[in-house]
Write a protein that binds this ligand. Structure first.
Ligand SMILES: Nc1ncnc2c1ncn2[C@@H]1O[C@H](COP(=O)(O)OP(=O)(O)OP(=O)(O)O)[C@@H](O)[C@H]1O
Length: 323
């Protein structure tokens, strides 16, 4: 079955992976990725991200469940999928004596209708390193070479396992721009990352894995919204906590006081902040060191990593947002 523009190009249903010895690294996960979407798989160390991506790449057969990439089983129908996908493994292995250009040419020989090697090396910023031997590249430059090789076949679907690990801040931003541009040109990207700001700024949707399961799936904004926002300020001189309007009426879910510093947590940031500021205006006081902020993806991640094993009130451990 071929996919159309609006269909999911990656579909994962109740997927399981069991290693020799019986360890279940992937324990029944579901997600899907639409054409032209960047989907990030996040999770703690050992959560099962690489084990999952390898199943999507057709490198191993699932112990249970179903994977479809571009409408095909990537393991049993490898020939139908492989030439339409690009893969950047977590650790690429290159012959260290070859130069960058030789490595790209060797790889291009394995790809049908390969892009010109100079083109992909320029895309990843390695055009000035073509005559350098692979063993002389820095770790970050090797990651870029990995990415260049994944792009050689002009893939419809790109699997990137920790694409920016080892890159400096500039290299990471360059890679983000390149991946965004590929997405804008219609490439579907599934990536794993430990950099939460990478997922926050790049991903259209993401899933957070923990212990072989997906704890939450949604847009970065949806996942971040699972955490309360925070308001911090110093109580004005001569005022006490009891002088503020009743915090429950401001939508504040809990608070702490440390000396004169008050920290409020709220799921209704606008209502809480407005109520507080109107009170301060009417009282004619200044809320010094006022700081109002939404939760970050990092806070949501840490909470999920901590709580993911605990069942929710409805008995499930997975939260999924429709988009
Ligand atoms: N070949 C293997 N044999 C047995 N267990 C394995 C094998 N490969 C991975 N595992 C185990 O499966 C679990 C998931 O590993 P995986 O590499 O998929 O996690 P990950 O989320 O990619 O982790 P990281 O962020 O550290 O790269 C881990 O507990 C790991 O020890």
């Amino acid at each position: 079955m071929e996919t159309t523009e609006r269909e999911h190009v990656i579909e994962v249903t109740d997927l399981r992976r069991v290693y020799g010895g019986g360890f279940e690294a992937v324990r029944g996960i579901d997600f899907s990725v639409r054409r032209g979407e960047i989907f990030a798989l996040l999770g703690t160390n050992g959560a099962g991200k690489t084990s999952t991506v390898e199943l999507l790449e057709g490198l191993a057969a699932p112990a249970g469940g179903r994977v479809r990439v571009l409408g095909h089983d990537p393991y049993t129908e490898r020939g139908a999928v492989r030439h339409r996908t690009g893969v950047m493994l977590q650790e690429g292995g290159f012959p260290s004596e070859l130069t960058v250009a030789e490595t790209a040419r060797m790889w291009a020989g394995c790809v049908s209708d390969a892009r010109p090697t100079r083109e992909v090396l320029t895309m990843v910023g390695l055009e000035s390193k073509t005559d350098v031997r692979v063993k002389q590249l820095s770790g970050g430059q090797r990651r870029r070479l990995d990415l260049a090789l994944a792009l050689l076949g002009d893939p419809e679907v790109l699997f990137l396992d920790e694409p920016t690990t080892g890159l400096d801040a500039e290299g990471r931003h360059d890679t983000w721009e390149l991946v965004s541009a590929l997405r804008d040109a219609g490439t579907t990207v599934l990536l794993t990352t430990h950099y939460l700001e990478e997922a926050e700024s790049l991903a259209d949707r993401l899933a957070i894995m923990h212990d072989g399961r997906i704890a939450v799936t949604g847009t970065p904004a949806q996942v971040t919204a699972t955490e309360p926002s925070r308001i911090t300020f110093d109580l004005p001189d001569g005022y006490f906590l009891g002088d503020l309007p009743p915090l429950g009426e401001l939508g504040v879910s809990d608070h702490t006081v440390d000396g004169r510093t008050v920290r409020l947590r709220t799921r209704e940031l606008q209502r809480s902040a407005t109520g507080l500021l109107l009170w301060a205006r009417d009282a004619g006081v200044e809320l010094r060191r006022l700081d109002v902020r939404s939760a970050s993806l990092e806070e949501a991640f840490l909470t999920i990593a901590r709580d993911a094993s605990a069942p929710r009130a409805d008995g499930t451990t997975t939260q999924e947002y429709a988009v």
